[in-house]
Design a protein around this ligand. Structure first.
Ligand code: URA
Length: 249
C-alpha cells in the first residue's frame, strides 16, 4: 500500500484522536522501524513498517471485524437517529467511526450481529448470490408443523411477489426437549423482516427471535447479551472463504 501520515495510520489502528497521537509523538513515544518520530505528519507505508507506541508493537491491519450479542431494544444502525444504536454497546477500545453492520436485526431481535469495515466483504455476506446461511432460534405463538417444514424447504413461499430460496426448518432443535413452539430456521438470504414474515405467511407469529449463527460464525455460548469481541483470525478467514474471497487483508 502507499504512504500515509502517521496520525492517520495510528487513528485507523485505534490509538487515539489526532490530538492524542500528536501528543504521543511530541513525547517521543512513537517509533517507526526503530526511529523516534515526533512529527505526526511523517509519511510511511504502514504495511511494511514496524510501528511501536510506548514500547508496544502495533500490528497493521486494513480492515476490522467484530461480533456482538445484540439485546432487544437497540437498532441495527451506527447512528443515533431513531433509537439507541448497537454501537452504543461497544466498549471504548472497540469504538470506531467506520463500523458497518452485516445485515440487519430488528429492534426486538437478539443474537449474533457481525460488524466490519470491509465493504466488499459486507456486500458479499449480505448478497443472496453467495447464499450465506443465517440461523435463527424462533419462538412461536402456535406450534410449527411438518407442513411448514415442507413449504419452507420447497422454496415456493413468496414475499413481495418474489419466491424465497429454500429454507430449513428444524422442528426439534433440542431433541431432549421437543417443543413445537421452539424451532430453528436456516435461511440463505436476508429480506426485510424475513423470518417474521415467513411465519406470518403460514398463519403463525414469531414471539421471540434470536440469530445464533451467520455463515460459519456461531454465537459463542459465553458471549453475554450486549457483549462484543473482535473476531479471531480463523473466524475472519472463514468468513472470507464463505464468500469466495481468498484472504482477509
Ligand atoms: N428476520 C426477521 O424477521 N427479523 C430479524 O431481525 C431477522 C430476520
Amino acid at each position: 500500500m502507499g504512504k500515509e501520515r502517521l496520525d492517520k495510520i495510528l487513528g485507523h489502528l485505534g490509538v487515539g484522536t489526532r490530538k492524542e497521537i500528536h501528543r504521543l509523538a511530541r513525547a517521543g513515544l512513537i517509533t517507526v522501524d526503530g526511529e523516534i518520530i515526533t512529527d505526526s505528519a511523517f509519511k510511511f507505508d504502514p504495511s511494511l513498517a514496524r510501528i511501536e507506541v510506548a514500547g508496544e508493537r502495533l500490528e497493521y491491519q486494513t480492515y476490522f471485524y467484530l461480533m456482538l450479542n445484540k439485546p432487544a431494544g437497540y437498532i441495527t444502525s451506527t447512528k443515533d437517529r431513531d433509537g439507541i444504536p448497537i454501537t452504543a454497546l461497544l466498549p471504548e477500545e472497540l469504538q470506531r467511526d467506520d463500523w458497518m453492520p452485516v445485515g440487519r436485526l430488528d429492534k426486538d431481535t437478539e443474537g449474533l450481529l457481525l460488524l466490519t469495515t470491509d465493504g466488499e466483504l459486507l456486500h458479499r455476506l449480505t448478497h443472496p448470490r453467495w447464499k450465506v446461511t443465517k440461523r435463527y432460534y424462533v419462538e412461536l405463538a402456535r406450534p410449527a408443523t411438518p407442513d411448514d417444514v415442507a413449504v419452507f424447504a420447497a422454496g415456493d413461499l413468496e414475499l413481495d411477489g418474489e419466491a424465497l430460496q429454500p429454507a430449513e426448518l428444524h422442528l426439534s432443535p433440542d431433541p431432549y426437549k421437543p417443543d413445537p413452539y421452539k424451532v430453528e430456521l436456516v435461511i440463505r438470504e436476508g429480506r426485510f423482516h424475513q423470518v417474521k414474515r415467513m411465519f406470518a405467511a403460514r398463519g403463525n407469529e414469531v414471539t421471540y427471535l434470536k440469530r445464533v449463527a451467520f455463515g460459519p460464525i456461531w454465537l459463542p455460548a459465553d458471549l453475554p447479551l450486549g457483549g462484543s469481541r473482535k473476531l479471531t483470525a480463523e473466524e475472519t478467514q472463514a468468513l472470507y472463504h464463505a464468500v469466495g474471497l481468498a484472504n482477509a487483508k
